[in-house]
Design a protein around this ligand. Structure first.
Ligand SMILES: Nc1nc2c(ncn2[C@@H]2O[C@H](COP(=O)(O)OP(=O)(O)O)[C@@H](O)[C@H]2O)c(=O)[nH]1
Ligand SMILES: [Mg+2]
Length: 287
């Protein structure tokens, strides 16, 4: 809490971050750390660290150590955010699409990919991550199963973000075509983000994805999407169940879950920081 207050003072009325955020507020509420800092402490914690925001709904004996495995300071969050803001020399943009691995662009910079069932919120999440670069076009579907290609987005020379095709009831067949080949062959892949709908928890198709990631020995992170839609009690239940599953039945899964809302920007700042960190661009200084 002290840390939050200290950085809050740094972003005081004379701070350029604060002045600039006033202009953005109406269009991109909560999109940047400086905007979130203007909220009262309780709300701020829930938006920036959604897992910690759930602690008040838990019984005192619940162990929340894994809620803080990745716990950057607000200074780290600010530095990470810089990578997601375009400038003359730092271009963030859609790069290319591929329907087969041999069409995938030859890029050597570190890469992260977003995987999950159709409609779980992959494209919306990527759009939220890139909300400070509004020229980046990320297509969000109205109908399930829209993303049939791998879409590559370059964040300057620092890293690439890949929106993977969604899988559905045909999960094993869908994987064989593209996802499996990508995961096995992509040399520069640093982390896979597997998105799970926080309302319904792990589904059969998610189990198949987890089995595959475990079999290939690929490090991955579980991201819980659409938390704005879920009553807090149910969200807590699903978070604890999924966390318990990850602890007991997985090897390659990062112990901390990342709950997000692409509409309210909850968890987005933390995820930007984690991506910047796992791609080797941000040694954490203050955590
Ligand atoms: N309430 C809410 N809806 C979301 C969120 N993320 C995505 N959606 C909606 O879920 C649907 C599918 O999202 P999309 O990003 O296209 O999913 P994808 O198929 O995994 O890429 C769209 O109607 C989105 O508007 C979220 O965080 N909150
Ligand atoms: Mg999509």
């Amino acid at each position: 809490m002290l840390r939050l207050q200290r950085v809050g003072r740094l972003a005081g009325p004379s701070c350029p971050l604060r002045r600039r955020s006033a202009a953005w507020r109406s269009a991109t509420n909560n999109a940047s750390v400086s905007e979130v800092l203007q909220r009262e402490d309780k709300k701020l914690r829930g938006v920036v660290f959604p897992l910690q925001g759930l602690e008040k709904y838990l019984a005192p004996d619940v162990n929340t150590a894994s809620f803080r495995t990745f716990s950057p300071s607000l200074g780290d969050l600010h530095r990470a955010e810089g990578f997601f803001k375009p400038s003359g020399r730092h271009v963030i943009d859609y790069f290319s699409s591929a329907i087969r691995m041999d069409h995938a662009p030859r890029l050597s910079q570190p890469e992260v990919c977003f995987l999950g069932r159709s409609n779980v919120g992959k494209s919306s999440l990527i759009k939220a991550l890139f909300s400070l670069a509004p020229d980046v076009e990320v297509r969000v579907s109205k109908t399930p199963g829209h993303t049939k290609k791998m879409n590559f987005f370059k964040v300057g020379k620092y890293f690439t973000v890949v929106d993977m095709p969604g899988y559905g009831y045909r999960a094993p067949e869908d994987f064989a075509d593209m996802v499996e080949a990508y995961l096995q062959e992509r040399q520069n892949l640093k982390r896979t983000f597997l998105l799970v709908d926080s309302l319904v928890g792990l589904q059969k198709a998610d189990d198949i994805a987890i089995e595959m990631l475990e079999e290939f020995g690929i490090p991955y992170v579980l991201v819980l999407t659409k938390i704005d839609k879920v009553p807090k009690g149910l969200l807590v239940k699903n978070v604890l169940e999924i966390q318990d599953f990850a602890e007991k039945h997985t090897q390659g899964c990062f112990p901390q879950l990342f709950p997000v809302s692409s509409i309210e920007y909850s968890g987005i700042h933390l995820l930007r920081c984690f991506i910047t960190h796992v791609t080797g661009n941000l040694p954490l200084m203050n955590s």
